[in-house]
Design a protein around this ligand. Sequence first.
Ligand SMILES: [Mn+2]
Length: 457
Amino acid sequence: MAAIVLSGGLRLEGQVTFLHGADLHLGSPLSSVGRMSAELREKIREAGYTAFRRMIDAALRHKVEFVVLCGDIYDQTERSARAKGFFIEQMDRLKHAAIPVYLIYGNHDPLGKRPAYFKYPDNVHILAAAEVDIMEVVGKDGRIKARILGQSYNQPWEKGKMHQSYTPPDHNVVNIALLHTGLNPSTMNYVPCSAAELKNISGFDYWALGHIHQRQVVHSQYPVIAFPGSPQGRHMGEPGLGGCLLVTAQRGKAATLQFIPTSSIVWLARDVPVKESDRSEDDLIASMIETGDQLLAAAAAMSGPEMDLAPGEAIDIEGFIVRWKFSGRGEIHNIIANDDEIAPELVERMRRELGGGSPFLWTEDVRFETASPLVDLENISAEDVVLGTLLQTYQEFADDPAMREQVIKLIGKSWFEQHDGEDVRDKALPLNDATYNSLLRRALHLAVERILEGRAL
Ligand SMILES: [Mn+2]
C-alpha cells in the first residue's frame, strides 16, 4: 500500500486516520432564549444540522479512512423525519467518497426491538445491541486496516459492564473500541466503568467514547481514551466550542488527536466584576459591551489551548449566546438589590446593542451575585465578636460535611443530584460544591450587610 500524503503530513504504513464524533442529538433544537429576529431564529434552528454537515465536510476534506459515531446520533428514540433524512443525506456524501461509517446507538436512540424503519446507504455499519459486535475495516487491497468493536444500547439505560466483553481476536491490526458511557463507576445507568478499567483491557489502541457532551481527553497516553463532546451545544449547560476529533492511530502507539470545530453558535457564561465607580445601569451596560466586544474579537481563539486544530480547519462562529453574571462589591449593589426590573432591562438593552452583529452576541440572561461595599470580609477586625462569630459559623458550614448535609436536607427539592453532564436543569440547583459554596457566600454577605447596616443607623 502506497503512503498517502495528507495536508498535515505523511500517512505511514499501518496508520489509520479517522473521524470520531458523538452526541449529535439530531432533531433536538437549541433552547429558546427570548424574542429573536427571524434571521437569528433560523440560525439557531439550523445549528445542530450545520454542525453535523461541517463534520462530514471535514471527513471529506481530510480524506479519512472511516468515521466512527459513538451514540446519541438522534435525540429521541422516535427519530424525527427531518433528522433521519438529513442523516441519510450526509451518509450518502461519505458513500460517494467510499468512506465507511461505524456507529453505536446510545441512551437517547437505543436500538430496542423496533424494526429498522428506513434504509441507510450501505457504507453505514450499525454495531449490534445484543452483544459486542466486531467489524473489520478492509482497504481496497483487501487487507484489514483496522478493527472496530462496540455495542449499541438496547434501551435508554445499560447497567451492565458491556466493555468487559470487548475482546479483540488479535492485535495484528489497530483495534478501536466504541463505547457510550458516563465513565462513572457509581452511576449505574450508562455502563458504569472507570478509565482505569478501560486502560486495563488489552489489545485496544484507541477508546472512542460518547455520552459526555464536553470534549475530554480522559487518557492522553497509550491507549488514548477520549470524548469528542457534542458538535453543537444546545443550552447553557453545554458551553464552548463543540466539534469532533481527527484521530491518527497506530498499533501499540498513543493516537494523536486534533480538533475539528463545528459549532456555529457558542454558549458562554461571562463574569463581570462591578466597579467601585459604577453608579447606574448605564455603567453596567458599558462593562458588558466592553466584555462583549473583547469576546467577539477573540472568537477565533475559542477552541482552548488544550488541543491543536486539525490542519486547514478554522473556527466559524455565527454567534454567541451569553449569560452574564455581575459579581464583587460596589455601591451599585444597593441599586441592584432594590430594583427587580434592572435585570430584564439590561437583557433587552444588550440584545439591542450586540444582538444584530455578525457574529451576533445574544444575551440569554443577566444575574447578580454582588455585595454591598460594606462587606469587606478580609478586613474584619479580630475584636469584632459578632462578625468574628459569623465568619466562624460560615467556615463550619463550608468545611463540615455534616453541616452541609443539614443544609441540603433543609433546601430539599430545590436540589438535584447531577449524575452526568447530560443532566442539566436550569430551574433547579445542581448539587455540587460550586453551587453550595456560592449560596453560602451569598448568605454570609447578606448577613454581614444587615449587621453593618444596623450599626450605621
Ligand atoms: Mn448524549
